[in-house]
Design a protein around this ligand. Structure first.
Ligand SMILES: Cc1cc2nc3c(=O)[nH]c(=O)nc-3n(C[C@H](O)[C@H](O)[C@H](O)COP(=O)(O)OP(=O)(O)OC[C@H]3O[C@@H](n4cnc5c(N)ncnc54)[C@H](O)[C@@H]3O)c2cc1C
Length: 398
């Protein structure tokens, strides 16, 4: 996005990417439909960025959801608002969008250099790239660093830049998993039978905060929107106390009393599983989850069983590792950059996207802020290029 804005302003741009092709993380996000932004009001959207909301405010107001949706449409991918308010491209995929975007970049004259890995700076401030043919040094008037966080390294965002950027004297908070699943020590039987089975329409509560949605049982734990929403709270609680209780309400639409009344209509010959399915309509995966939580037989008394249905207590000792998280918390400290992402210590070098220390829930907020910070940095870079200091060389280097 920064390349597009810079090239449109007449700047000669090269994109260096260490993978053999561009946009692999975007394609991965496209597998879930590519939730590109959210339709709620701009003020509500900005609040989702928590501690970073004030820093992101200007970028999100300049290039917010309306501008992002118009940009998608301009690439032949109009967007629609899903029932949850999330915004998706009409094709529900990233491939067509990425294809027309790369074609646009080529038309604008952007050079794309793949298999170029940025490894840092030379003493005079040139960019050091490693390529299959050997090292290459690049002297640029302006640089936008956009190397992502540390999740899903196999699509390219390895987080290897952290040590390099730190060695230039810039504060980088450790990358930690955000929007991630929780690990649970399932019995072999439960994991084999239910891995990949969704827990539809549940309510997940941590520390008194409840989020509804669909969760997904995996072989190693639980994933899905309502789990991701709590992952930072769970991670922080585990850091402090070693574990965290995640309570799952398997029937959020019925009160404990009406569940108890229905469960009381159990026929004597029914097994617990049959009785629960017949009286309150819960599927096998939900019954299995309750058994996992209590470690065996379910309570027979209707009131106790109803209480369990309303709050299945899962003792969580770990969240999924960064490599399996949707996004990273941590990154370049926001007080190291101006509000357009230019590093105070390295004038002419901008940082954007998930490299920066902001965090947000799933819902389109991650891509939205990545795009918004890219536009802000590119606009800042255009201004910087028109100032005389942009031509000073060698760079004043920390
Ligand atoms: C499974 C999954 C699903 C997701 N779904 C959504 C979603 O639906 N909606 C949403 O808002 N967000 C989603 N996200 C998050 C979103 O994809 C990211 O927040 C976003 O892609 C971050 O953009 P970025 O440009 O900062 O980094 P990235 O998209 O990670 O891009 C960084 C690029 O830099 C390259 N690179 C890294 N190091 C170097 C180096 N040293 N030299 C050269 N190149 C380098 C990488 O190969 C990569 O191409 C999802 C993430 C995952 C993992």
């Amino acid at each position: 996005m920064a390349a597009e804005v810079l090239a449109t302003a007449g700047v000669t741009v090269t994109v260096y990417e260490h993978m053999p092709s561009l946009g692999r993380k975007l394609l991965l996000a496209g597998r879930g439909g590519l939730n590109i932004t959210h339709s709620e009001s701009l003020d509500a959207l900005i609040e989702r960025y928590g501690a970073a909301a004030a820093w992101l405010d200007q970028s999100l107001r300049t290039f917010g959801p309306a501008e992002l949706r118009a940009w998608c449409a301009s690439l032949g991918e109009p967007t629609f608002v899903g029932s949850s308010g999330r915004v998706f491209p009409a094709s529900f995929r990233a491939t067509p969008l990425l294809r027309s975007w790369l074609a646009r970049l080529r038309q604008l004259g952007v050079t794309i250099a793949v298999r170029h890995q940025w490894q840092g700076w030379t003493p005079d401030g040139s960019l050091q790239m490693q390529t299959p043919e050997g090292p290459v040094h690049v002297r640029s008037d302006v640089t936008v660093l956009a190397m992502g966080g540390g999740s899903w390294p196999r699509v390219g965002s390895s987080g290897a830049w952290v040590d390099v950027v730190r060695s230039a004297g810039i504060t980088v908070h450790p990358l930690r998993p955000a929007n991630c699943g929780v690990r649970l020590p399932w019995s072999a039987q439960f994991a084999q039978r239910f891995a990949g089975v969704p827990l539809k329409n549940v309510a997940v509560t941590v520390d008194g905060v409840t989020v509804r949605g669909d969760a997904m049982v995996t072989s190693a734990g639980l994933e899905g929107g309502p789990v991701y929403a709590h992952s930072s709270a769970v991670r922080d609680r585990i850091d402090h106390t070693g574990s965290c209780v995640v309570a799952v309400d398997l029937h959020p639409d019925l009160s404990i009393e009406s569940l108890a009344e229905r469960l009381g209509q159990r026929r004597p010959k029914d097994s617990s599983t049959t009785a629960i399915r017949r009286t309150i309509g819960l599927p096998g995966v939900a019954v299995g989850l309750m058994r996992e939580a209590v470690g065996g037989a379910l309570p027979t008394e209707p009131a106790s069983l109803a209480a369990l249905v309303k709050a299945v207590p899962l003792q969580v000792d770990a969240v999924m590792p960064l490599a399996r998280a949707i996004s990273s918390a941590g990154g370049v400290a926001l007080d190291e950059v101006r509000d357009d992402g230019m590093l105070h210590r390295l004038p002419g070098t901008f940082v954007i996207g998930e490299m920066l220390d902001w965090d947000a829930p799933t819902g389109g907020y991650l891509l939205q802020a990545s795009f918004s910070t890219a536009v802000a940095a590119a606009n800042g870079a255009v201004q910087w290029l028109s100032s005389s200091s942009s031509r000073a060389w060698p760079r004043a280097f920390p």
